[in-house]
Design a protein around this ligand. Sequence first.
Ligand SMILES: *[C@@H]1O[C@H](CO)[C@@H](O)[C@H](O)[C@H]1NC(C)=O
Length: 296
Amino acid sequence: MAPTLEIKGILVALITPFAADGTVDAAALDQHVNRMIDAGVHGIVPGGSTGEFTALTAQERQLVIELVVKAAAGRVPVIAGTGDLTTQGAIDHAVHAAKAGASALMVVPPFYEPPNLTQLRDLLKEIHTTSGLPILYYNIPSISGLTLTPKELADLSEVGVKYMKDTSGDAPALTELLLAHSDRITPFNGYDTLTFYGLAAGAKGSVWGATNLIPELSVQLWNAIAVEHDIQKGQEIWARIWPICKWLEAYGYPAAVKTGMELRGWATGGVRKPFTMVEGKDKEELFNILKVSGVL
Ligand SMILES: *[C@@H]1O[C@H](CO)[C@@H](O)[C@H](O)[C@H]1NC(C)=O
């Protein structure tokens, strides 16, 4: 039975560490989850883009969810990334995550051939009914091919959606969701370089991949803006974070995040082929950014 933990704050879109033989590194995963919780992160989101879910087998995806729930040990909620290209896969992963003890599901729609709105609603309803878990809808039009209006997004609350990760980059649409529809859906920021804006506009949290690399700064930003309501302090922290986010967005995201973690001495095992880590001058640039921001 999943603990009823409030889902808000800094929700790290977790990387998946690999061992030298290329398999999922259970020990490193446990260590990383503890590193995040020790830094004050409020929730863990395994199995998303940053977690390289498209490079994992179905078995590996489920193993990662089980390991993360175990490592989190009820201290913070786990929102399991369970979206799949096939409906049966999306349902199997959702039911598995519920049994494993996840608090919610992050669902990206099938992203090769986008369903229409009716089909999407039917899919989400089936996922919600079979798993019994609330859904965090992963709104990423650039990849899903599916652009919904703020009202259509809020209406997804009728089919089990309670939260969303907004990776549209559309700040006016996020504003509309926050100010006109927050009684039905809780949108979290999910667009790195818009994190300051999203939190300042009142988003109840951020699903954030950069947090793997900068958990301390992520939590400081949240505390300044959402807890202390100190915009000036938030701006100062953001000025240190923004160049990191800007850099991360310029590369394959999981590889960029893992490259940064390696610079901190946090072993990741690299990314799965065909992807590769960031090397050379580009990596040096991140090293310098991390120095200036005080991370290194
Ligand atoms: C989605 O497609 C189905 C089948 O073509 C159709 O019946 C339905 O009206 C469509 N819904 C929307 C919202 O376009």
